[in-house]
Design a binder for this molecule. Sequence first.
Ligand code: 5GP
Length: 191
Amino acid sequence: MPGSWGRVFVVTGPSGVGKGSLIAAVRERIPELQVSISATTRAPRTGEMDGVHYHFLDAGEFERSVQDNAFLEHADYSGNRYGTLRSEIETKAGRGIPVILEIEVQGARQIRTAMPEAVQIFIAPPRVEVLRERLEGRGTDGPEAIDARMKVAVDELRARPEFEHEVVNGDFEGAVEALEAIIRAELSQSV
Ligand code: 5GP
């Protein structure tokens, strides 16, 4: 990757661990950090906008993008497809802007192979039961979808030792600070 590229940060961890909230808080502290907007076949939740929260694609569009090699990584997750478009990284990191990806574990593994220089951060819950409480509290998934996400989450937690950095999201402010410190340390090393 050319030296003028922005750093790429991969934030992964189980569904419900608070990746999105942590990233939003860190972006307030490091405004130059941009997020990669993923593509998904999942239906938009209330308030989610196409091109802002996700690029919402139907199954055919997603598959065509896979065939066109448009994805840097993609994965099936709990009955839907998710992927990082190469164009998202090229238009952001390619212009020297640091970019952050919020993705599940299979995708993070693919990025590790495709882009070994990316900084990988695993967000872990203080206890596994916290994930169910958060998924229930979020109110965006029904009981069956929560059971499915919990099964995947338990598997995802086993991947924890694979990651270079870990942040435990127990005390939210502490976790924001820990994530910010990792990102700032990496940003100060680049250039
Ligand atoms: P949600 O449906 O809750 O928005 O996302 C479900 C899971 O998919 C979360 O763990 C989220 O981080 C992950 N995810 C979102 N975008 C991507 C992506 O582009 N690639 C991969 N591999 N996972 C993603």
